[in-house]
Design a protein around this ligand. Structure first.
Ligand SMILES: Nc1ncnc2c1ncn2[C@@H]1O[C@H](COP(=O)(O)OP(=O)(O)O)[C@@H](O)[C@H]1O
Ligand SMILES: [Mg+2]
Length: 287
């Protein structure tokens, strides 16, 4: 008895002559942690952007709990899908608590006038929001830093805070784009525990990752994207044993971190692509 939470049907995304995602069918069921892997440039982030309404897919549909989603980010969030970004996006000059409160605004019913007049309804809603935000900060282990500015947190904690902010919209599905990028092994292990704990709260998780060990440890199912197409999908054992996957990753070790050198190389390549791309502003927004 599997209940689909997310269903992507025949999703294709083209940028001019380039097909970044090609006819991808993809499902995440309730209670699942699903991994999405693939070499750099495979189309993983583009696919995420199609799921979250940042891009309108050239073809195909995305449904959440049986309803087709309108391709608008705020409507997707409202429906129950939250995400984090490959590059951290926090409000650097806001406090930790404020960052989580920002994530809650899609779930608070108080309107503009109520907020401006700061009537009793607003104050009550504000108190409830703050309580919920503090619960989330306790959950990720950052409650003691509620009043610190986001920019002063170490990198690993900024990543955690992003997850708390995403959870503040009370999602049924959480999408994580490379959550362990730039983390040291201890931070990666802590993130693993955190993802299991999120799943245990009844939130389905879809994660894009570069760190193979992390993905295979966590995921009930793994899908492999290569050149925009879904090559294989299955349990960690099935995917690891597939020769096509091994071939696609030839030269990229299956175990451990991509390493700092490679991360720097990727950053440089992305910066170069940004500089030459005519759609660099859209791309920058969507990463
Ligand atoms: N906004 C865009 N405009 C044009 N091409 C893009 C855009 N976003 C991504 N691409 C291209 O789509 C392909 C897939 O990129 P991406 O989804 O970022 O891959 P991944 O996340 O798997 O590394 C790449 O060739 C990339 O250059
Ligand atoms: Mg990416």
């Amino acid at each position: 008895m599997t209940t689909p939470v997310l269903e992507a049907r025949d999703v294709t995304m083209r940028f001019g002559g380039l097909t970044a995602v090609r006819s991808v069918d993809f499902t995440v069921n309730a209670g699942e942690i699903v991994g999405l892997i693939g070499p750099n440039g495979a189309g993983k982030t583009t696919f995420f952007n199609c799921l979250t309404g940042l891009y309108v897919p050239t073809e195909g549909t995305v449904s959440y709990k049986g309803t087709v989603l309108p391709p608008k980010p705020h409507l997707v969030t409202q429906a129950g899908i939250a995400r984090t970004f490959q590059n951290i996006r926090l409000f650097a000059n806001m406090t930790v608590l404020e960052n989580v409160l920002v994530g809650r605004h899609t779930r608070t019913k108080e309107g503009l006038w109520s907020a401006l007049l700061r009537g009793p309804g607003f104050k009550k809603a504000e108190r409830a929001s703050e309580e919920r935000a503090m619960e989330l900060l306790e959950f990720i282990g950052l409650a003691h830093k509620r009043d610190h500015l986001a920019r002063n947190l170490p990198y690993g904690e900024q990543r955690k805070l992003e997850i708390a902010r995403a959870m503040a919209s009370e999602p049924g599905l959480l999408l994580l784009d490379e959550p362990t990028a730039g983390m040291n092994p201890q931070e990666t292990r802590a993130t693993e525990e955190l993802v299991f704990a999120i799943r245990d709260k009844g939130i389905a998780v879809l994660l894009i990752e570069h760190d193979m060990r992390f993905v295979f440890n966590l995921s009930d199912r793994v899908a492999v994207l290569v050149q925009g197409e879904k090559l294989v999908e299955g349990t960690a054992e099935v995917v690891q044993a597939d020769e096509r996957v091994v071939a696609a990753y030839l030269g990229e070790p299956f175990e451990g971190d991509p390493g700092e050198a490679e991360a720097a190389e990727v950053e440089a390549a992305e910066a170069a692509a940004d500089a030459t791309s005519t759609t660099s502003s859209t791309k920058g927004e969507a990463q």
